[in-house]
Ligand binder design. Structure first.
Ligand code: HEM
Length: 160
């Protein structure tokens, strides 16, 4: 009988037991590997995590840029700083890449959730792009971009 931790293959018709199965789906570092060769999917998982990291850098730029302008927003003199535009673009590029990478790995992607996040980001990107050269942006419009960014963060983490 095979027990947990037994990595030997099953005996063949002659009762011979073959040496360790190198591609057994034993799972590494808490991630359950597929049944195929694990090297390919392992690299893909690293790539997905790298893009999640870049996605988070994008949020940092977009939200961080907004936060630096909070005082100015109160005075009606806030402007969309370049970090906000670059952050929003980073979110779009890394988000689309994450969808593709997850699909390629046959991971479940919630298309409704992603669709809502994409729609919200397009509004953010449109506003920031059109007003990128304005010296001052109206308080309510500026606040709306910050609000929509936070809405997307909470959609990402609360919508399961
Ligand atoms: C302001 C806009 C956005 C914000 C604040 C945001 C935020 C986040 C956060 C915090 C995560 C990590 C938590 C999680 O896994 O759910 C995440 C993951 C993800 N985001 Fe976004 N996102 C934005 C836009 C987008 C867009 C436009 C797309 C696609 C077109 C996208 C696709 C994804 C995908 C596929 C993941 C899952 C990564 C994984 O678990 O493998 N995001 N996003």
């Amino acid at each position: 009988m095979r027990r947990f931790g037994d990595v030997r293959g099953p005996p063949d018709a002659m009762g011979r037991i073959y040496a360790p199965r190198r591609y057994a789906s034993a799972g590494r570092a808490g991630v359950r590997a597929g049944d195929g060769p694990w090297l390919g999917s392992g690299l893909m998982d690293v790539l997905i995590h790298l893009f999640v990291g870049l996605h988070i850098i994008g949020i940092a730029a977009l939200l961080g840029g907004f936060l630096t302008q909070m005082k100015a927003m109160g005075q009606g003199t806030a402007r969309f700083v370049p970090a906000m535009l670059h952050g929003a673009l980073t979110m779009l590029v890394t988000g689309v890449a994450l969808v593709g990478l997850n699909e390629a790995q046959s991971h479940h992607v919630d298309t409704v959730k992603i669709g809502v996040k994409l729609a919200v980001l397009i509004v953010i990107l449109g506003l920031v792009y059109v007003k990128r050269d304005d010296e001052k942006v109206d308080k309510s419009l500026f606040g709306l971009v910050g609000l929509l960014t936070m809405v997307n963060i909470f959609i990402a983490v609360l919508w399961t």
